[in-house]
Design a binder for this molecule. Structure first.
Ligand code: ZN
Length: 499
């Protein structure tokens, strides 16, 4: 087998693994959007079967032989080298974790999820605590099997954000926290804050959907390669030519579905933007969750909650929902940018959101490192809520039990939400420098310059560069918190000062 035959054989297996991953994603999409309830047990078996086959192919000898041969001095061009590097990375991680541990984690996952659902509805952390303890034990074992340089947390976080470390997160998050805690107090307690109200009324669901679909078309989403459905928890799945978005509607308030769809649509634009020449390989996949989130947060917030965007879109809203015609640009812009001391992460505004994430990062880091016991977690959660956001949850359901991640065994994932905000601000700043008249174009509903820039600088590059190198390449400097902080201060101080 010569080197090009070898690479082709490697690509065949790579595409099979990708196909199995997408098959699982679509089974899961169907489960959350349309599957009848009685389908659940069979669906669980379908999903675990597909995952089992994927794991076997990924850890199998055939892929191992190809990788060894391709890694042994065969000269590869840049794109091929990316694919080999990334498949090696995936395989190494899969091989590190013994099968017995994988099975144990998956068993405890489903039991812990059931316990979490009950515990949350009873607001009883004690009922979930033993499962959290067990899950932490297993995740510590996983981290030890995978290996790390500095701390266990790195081994878990690295799965979601290649190259990122707890050390780096601590530096970024300390800066954010020190500046955001006083900023939240300044804005949320200002006299202007009390006057701000949302716009409620009769927003028929079919018209909401048509309105959001129209906006997504305008920003560049390709409906021949995507669709939108309803699910309890919004998400985006699929890849390149088949991207699934979901949302949920509130008949009295359009903002939930609208900004939810701008967010998921941002994820979708990233997926649709990979280079189709590399479909089915890591070269045409997202490089990290943080970079993925930077795309969703950019369209949702930096574009979607900006004044230029609504100079273009508000007349369309007035047309679609005539009762909103009395709401002018200033009032609408203020309504969609309210800063509140919030209890629930998924409902948090741009200013408080990062603090919700930093709180979770600090706590899960302490849990994994055994510096915080499970029994002390609710009190630690409430203390930190008080010092970060100035509010204390009335019960565990609106406090420590609100997120599904820990029940699912997902540790090291939360930081990628805040990283997404930082990347988004830094990218957006660079885009504005690179694109003359970008805001003017947005005011006119022309998003092609921005999307074109994102396609060229970020989307089409797939996994070519890891996040830290990508940021340096696109913006000329390492990731830092300044762009996010400057953006938040400038936007919200002028909004609240003027109110
Ligand atoms: Zn997202």
């Amino acid at each position: 087998m010569n080197s090009s035959e070898r690479y082709d054989a490697f690509l065949d297996i790579t595409r099979q693994i990708h196909a199995l991953e997408l098959a699982a994603e679509f089974l899961s999409w169907d489960q959350q959007t349309g599957m009848p309830p009685k389908g659940a047990p069979a669906r669980a078996l379908q999903l675990s079967t597909v995952e089992g086959i994927r794991h076997a192919v990924l850890t199998g000898d055939e892929l191992g032989e190809h990788l060894e041969a391709l890694g042994n001095g065969v000269s590869l061009d840049g794109d091929a080298a990316v694919n080999v590097r990334e498949m090696e990375r995936l395989r190494r991680r899969a091989l590190c974790i013994p099968n017995a541990l994988v099975r144990e984690i998956s068993k405890v996952q489903s039991l812990a999820m059931e316990a979490w659902i009950r515990a949350r509805s009873d607001s009883d952390f004690g009922a979930f605590a033993p499962w959290l303890g067990e899950m932490l034990d297993l995740k510590r074992q996983e981290a030890d099997e995978v290996g790390y340089d500095e701390c266990r947390y790195d081994a878990l976080h690295d799965e979601y954000e290649p190259g990122s470390t707890a050390r780096r997160l601590k530096v970024l998050f300390r800066t954010l926290r020190d500046e955001l805690v006083p900023l939240v107090a300044e804005l949320a307690d200002s006299p202007a804050a009390a006057k701000r109200k949302g716009v409620v009324g009769d927003f028929a669901v079919d018209r909401q959907k048509a309105f959001a679909v129209n906006l997504l078309t305008t920003i560049g989403f390709d409906w021949d390669a995507g669709r939108v459905d309803v699910s309890a928890h919004p998400f985006c799945s699929g890849n390149l030519h088949d991207v699934r978005l979901t949302t949920r509607y509130d008949e009295n308030d359009i903002t939930r579905a609208l900004f939810g769809l701008l967010h998921e649509g941002g994820h979708g634009l990233y997926e649709q933007g990979f280079d189709p020449a590399f479909e089915g390989t890591p070269r045409a996949r997202a490089v990290s969750l943080g970079i993925h989130e930077s795309q969703s947060r950019m369209w949702e917030n930096l574009v979607g909650r900006s004044r230029p965007f609504w100079e273009f879109a508000l007349p369309l809203l007035h047309e679609a929902f005539p009762f909103t015609s009395s709401v002018g640009l200033d009032d609408w812009y203020a309504a969609i940018n309210r800063v509140e001391r919030s209890m629930i992460r998924v409902e948090a505004d741009e200013v408080t959101y990062n603090l919700h994430i930093i709180l979770r990062f600090e706590l899960e880091m302490e849990l994994i490192e055994d510096r915080l016991s499970v029994a002390d977690l609710p009190a630690a959660w409430n203390d930190r809520m008080k010092s970060f956001l100035g509010v204390v949850p009335a019960n565990d359901a609106e406090g420590v039990l609100q997120d599904i991640h820990w029940a699912h065994g997902i540790f090291g994932y939360f930081p990628t939400y805040a990283l997404g905000n930082l990347y988004a601000s830094q990218f957006f700043h660079a885009a504005r420098n690179d694109i003359p008249g970008m805001d003017e174009a947005i005011r006119k509903g022309n998003f092609a310059p921005l999307l074109g820039w994102l396609r060229e600088k970020i989307h089409t590059r797939g996994r070519t560069l890891w996040p830290e190198d990508l940021v340096k390449d696109v913006t000329g400097e390492a990731l830092n918190a300044d762009y996010q902080l400057d953006y938040l201060k400038e936007k919200f101080r002028s909004l609240y000062g003027a109110g």
